[in-house]
Structure formats: structure tokens, C-alpha cells
Design a protein around this ligand. Sequence first.
Ligand code: DX5
Ligand code: ZN
Length: 228
Amino acid sequence: MNAAYSTDGQYIHPSILNADFLALGAELEKISTADSVHVDVMDNHFVPNLTFGASMVEQIVRRSAIPVDAHLMIEDADREAPVFAEAGASSVTFHLEATAAPIRLARELRRKNAQVGVALRPATPVEPLLDVIGEFDMLLIMTVEPGFGGQSFLETMLPKIRRARRAISAANLEVSIQVDGGVSRETIERCAEAGANVFVAGSAIYRAQNAADEISALRELASVHRAH
Ligand code: DX5
Ligand code: ZN
């Protein structure tokens, strides 16, 4: 399998949701030592907020030194998600709650050369997905209700991460687990211990004095506490 994410690797993905949108070029440069840039696409229907569309993602892809990880918080992912693979996103993550045929969509995105992630809102159980988890490169376990940056981490998601990691390892699969929402120096260790290996951090990185230093600090904490 051509997974860009190796489950042996740990990855820091800054979210630009809390960046200065009017200075996006410079904001992207600040995080060029990270593994990917996490771009939150919101349609004001699936979540009560509106951000970027596919043409903006295409511009970010062109400008960014690192790959683009698109997190789609949009309705009707079956119809809308492929456009983001065509825009050049290296990975495209859609919500399970917003698709009628997740496996068909995953296969279509892979045909368009994107890595594929499937995301779950906090109240969506992971168990129904576990039998088909090998269809995806990544499972995104939301650790806040999607929609806004700067919310507090939901501790109650840790057992869900642990159960998912256990099932993925038991099936001998190479599926990454991404956490998104409230990830910071205070919470990243617990996520890593529970079995997450891809860490999205928005406000922790963009509100820090120095984004590159924050990225290295998060990377260090994640690797000291990695699950094994
Ligand atoms: C929330 C988004 C996140 C958000 C995370 O719906 O999916 O990517 O930017 O921001 P922080 O790290 O501030 O919680
Ligand atoms: Zn996100």
C-alpha cells in the first residue's frame, strides 16, 4: 500500500484555521518545518462556520512547502470531496456522518492519488467502522466538536483512540490515527500514549511566540510518549 503515513512515524500538522488569513503566504512559511499543513474546509452547513473552497486549497497547495492535509467539514462528501483531491491535496479526510458510501468514496479519492482519511465527530462511535478500516489510510478522531479552533480537548475521546488503535494493530493494518482539537503541550502526550500518531494543532502553534519551536516541542513530546 502506498501510505504516506507510516504508523511508525509521528506527524505534526498545524491547522491554519487560527492563522491570519490576510497574510496566509507568510503564515504558511512559519510552519514549513511541520509534516503537512492541515486545511479546515467548512461549508456553514455541516458545521456553523465557513472557510475555504477548492480553489483556495489549490492556491495553498501551490504555495506550501509541505503537503496539504484537507479536512472536509462539509455535507454531501460523496459529491464534493473528489474536487479537493483534484485540487492537489495530498490527503483528503471526509466525515463519516456526511457520506452515504464511504468505501466507494475512499476508492475514488485514491484513484485521484490522494491519501484518504475518515473522520468521526466526538459522539460518533468508532466500532461500526472497524471492520472496514483497512479501506482508509487514516482515521481522524475529533477531540472537540468540529467548527472552531481554540476549544478544550475532550478527555473522553482517549478510550476511543485506544480501542481504535488496538483494533488496527490486531488486524495488522497500517492505518494512522489523527487527533484534532485542543491538541497542545498539555494534551499531546496522552493522545500519543493512547495510540494517535498524527497530531493537528491550530491555536497551540499559531498563538505561540515561535511556531517552529512549538512544532519541535510537540514532536518531542509525542515521540517520548508514543504507544508501543
Ligand atoms: C476544528 C478544526 C481544527 C481546529 C483545531 O473543527 O477541525 O482543525 O483548527 O484548532 P485547535 O488546535 O485550536 O483546537
Ligand atoms: Zn481540522
